[in-house]
Design a protein around this ligand. Structure first.
Ligand code: AMP
Length: 608
């Protein structure tokens, strides 16, 4: 937020409350407040949310507001990033009312009320689902009939994304490591509760699913329940759909288990006095959270830190201790004193609660969704004012290998050196005469081009289609980030080499010189959305990584699958800067120019 002279009003609309916070251009909160216990009848409640916003406007009448950021729980697939609120965004929020009936109607009411009061400033929607929108398909799909899933939009979205992203960012700051090197498990434990596997900066799994009902035990929500239970209750004839909704959303969780309401403070007091249902509630809550930690550590192949946030995560030392019990096998060793004394009262605050010898840190972070929303709002507003830049040449990367000196020697002989087959568009890079065979568990791919110069780590880049041919599961990664990637065996004329990791699907990216970065108003490691023009099918690629270096020439690299999706044709020689020499997009060429060009349509997210 540094340096921009703007006041941003953040409206965080919950099912029965509206919180607001006013930030100045330096990210400092200058005023905040809350309206609670808004009406319980749904029609009245929408009315009351509007009234709450109107009275918030009275609170802040003395300030000039430059932009408003709204938290919106469900944006679905239509809104996978923060967006300026226009008719289409309003329609998307409305469309997802059935998926988030406790939240989206009230957000809409609050947005309308705020727009009425502040009609001349930009309003931005920041979605709880957006952080999870890049989860891999294995995490988004339920194992049900896919035709029915598609027809009814049944897939996992995940929620609490603003809080998970914030907590992960603070944890990375504490660990003094870039977030894209870290495997974190964030636990947002409040009245709503969810866990998230934040793998190298992105959500790769989260416990809430199609609705905010799945996963952990919550204040009044059940979290995971065998779907068969719903069938049993429906068949009993004793419940209407509305009653089941009420049972699972309002009468379950800590409240249902304990019979004492949803406040863990009360339940912990009762448990200390011997109340058996209160003890059961605490045990089920902790057991479920611990189960998810184990599952996410397995799904990510390891974990560097476990992060607690939300009302319970920040305040209940005994619940944190229970959850972390038995996790010593993972490397997380609780320090009882640090845990008991952990206080995170201030913004951007954190406390470590594991011992010095603990390999996995546990950290308590005070969540600050409002600050995240303010930052997103400022980013969306400033980007919306940016000028559309010039087009970017596109090149298609076929499968190829970057090898170390040692691997090269094993495959081609001690005395062999890479010989240049042709120069590539990026200065200093070349395709080599040498080729290797990739041998996977299922099949092999022969004659894969080696690229020079040799590197300090082996990295083999293939497409998704190649992956299925080889029978391997290669993650989508930035170049150079191969930790925990897939194994592969390489075969050369002089020998074989088994790599325990190094096989990736390269993430689509754009090389650019710092001058180009200035033109496009992007930075190294930004993620952008790119519209492809000139293919048979126009296509917008999200999730394109910006890579800035003095030595780079402006060019977007996509793989053969991505090129096929846009039905790109190759350029005739000389059309673009990259020479086009090979005949087939899937043959041994490593970078082939296309007739198409790309345009940055949006800067999605800054990873800083
Ligand atoms: P949140 O939804 O994040 O505001 O969390 C609210 C919940 O946090 C409350 O309903 C309580 O269950 C829990 N909570 C807040 N303070 C404490 C505390 N000191 N000890 C235990 N639980 C707490």
């Amino acid at each position: 937020m540094e340096g921009l002279p703007v006041n941003i009003l953040v409206i965080n609309c919950g099912s029965s409350s509206v919180k607001y916070a006013l930030f100045d251009g330096h990210g400092k909160m200058v005023k905040s407040g809350k309206r609670e216990r808004l009406g319980r009848q749904s029609e009245q409640r929408a009315q009351t949310h509007q009234q709450a916003v109107a009275s918030i406007m009275d609170d802040i009448a003395a300030f000039s507001i430059d932009a408003v950021g709204h938290r919106v729980v469900h944006g679905g697939l239509d809104c996978q990033q923060s967006m300026l609120i226009d008719e289409a965004v309003l329609a998307a929020i409305e469309k997802h009312i059935p998926d988030a009936p406790m939240h989206n109607p009230f957000s809409l009411a609050a947005i309308h009320a705020a727009k009425n009061n502040l009609p001349d400033v930009p309003h931005v929607a920041v979605f709880d689902t957006a952080f999870h929108s890049k989860m891999p398909r294995r995490a988004t799909q339920y194992a049900i009939d896919q035709d029915i899933a598609t027809r009814f939009g049944i897939r996992r979205f995940g929620f609490h994304g603003i809080s998970h992203e914030y907590a992960a960012g603070i944890a990375a700051q504490f660990l003094e490591r870039p977030i894209d090197e870290l495997r974190l498990i964030t636990l947002h434990l409040g009245n709503g509760a969810s866990a998230c596997a934040v793998e190298f900066g992105r959500s790769s799994e989260t416990s809430m699913g199609n609705t905010p009902l799945e996963g952990l035990v919550m204040g009044t929500r059940s979290g995971d329940v065998d779907a068969g239970v719903l069938l049993t209750l429906l068949r009993s004839g004793e419940f209407t759909v509305e009653e089941l909704d009420e049972l699972l959303n309002q009468q379950s969780g800590l409240a249902g288990l304990s019979g004492l309401g949803n406040d863990l403070r009360e339940i912990e007091l009762a448990a200390a006095e011997g109340n058996d249902r209160a003890r059961l509630a605490i045990n089920v809550f902790a057991h479920r959270a611990r189960k998810y930690i184990g599952a996410y550590a397995a799904a990510m192949g390891g974990v560097d830190a476990i992060v607690f946030t939300g009302g319970i995560g920040e305040n209940s030392a005994s619940m944190r201790a229970r959850i972390l019990q038995r996790l010593e096998f993972l490397g997380a060793v609780l320090d009882d004193d640090l845990n008991r004394d952990a206080m995170v009262a201030n913004d951007q605050d954190f406390a470590v609660i594991t011992t010095e010898r603990s390999r996995v840190e546990a950290i308590v972070v005070k969540t600050n969704e409002e600050l995240m929303i303010a930052k997103e709002t400022q980013k969306v507003v400033s980007e919306s004012q940016a000028i559309a830049p010039k087009p970017i040449p596109i090149a298609i990367s076929a499968r190829h290998c970057h090898l170390t000196k040692e691997t090269f020697a094993t495959l081609f002989g001690e005395d062999a050196t890479p010989t240049v087959y042709r120069e590539l568009s990026q200065p200093g890079q070349y395709a080599c005469e040498q080729r290797v065979n990739l041998i996977g568990p299922r099949n092999r791919i022969d004659n894969v081009r080696v690229l020079g110069p040799l590197r300090s780590v082996d990295q083999i880049e293939i497409s998704r289609t190649d992956e299925f041919k080889l029978g391997v599961d290669a993650p989508v990664r930035d170049s150079g980030n191969i930790r925990g990637s897939a194994p592969i065996t390489l075969e050369g004329p002089k020998g074989r080499m088994h790599l325990s990791e190094g096989l990736i699907c390269a993430r689509r990216h754009i090389h650019m010189h710092p001058d180009d970065a200035a033109t496009y108003q992007v930075n190294d490691k930004d993620e952008v959305a790119i519209a492809i023009k000139g293919g048979v099918r126009d296509l917008i690629f999200g999730d394109v990584l910006i890579r800035v270096k003095d030595s780079y020439a402006l060019e977007m690299h996509i793989d053969t699958d991505e090129a096929n999706a846009a039905e790109l044709s190759r350029a005739s020689q000389g059309d673009l800067r990259v020479p086009d020499i090979d005949d087939d997009l899937n043959d041994d060429s490593c970078v082939t120019a296309t007739d198409a060009q790309a345009v940055v349509v949006d800067v999605v997210k800054r990873l800083k």
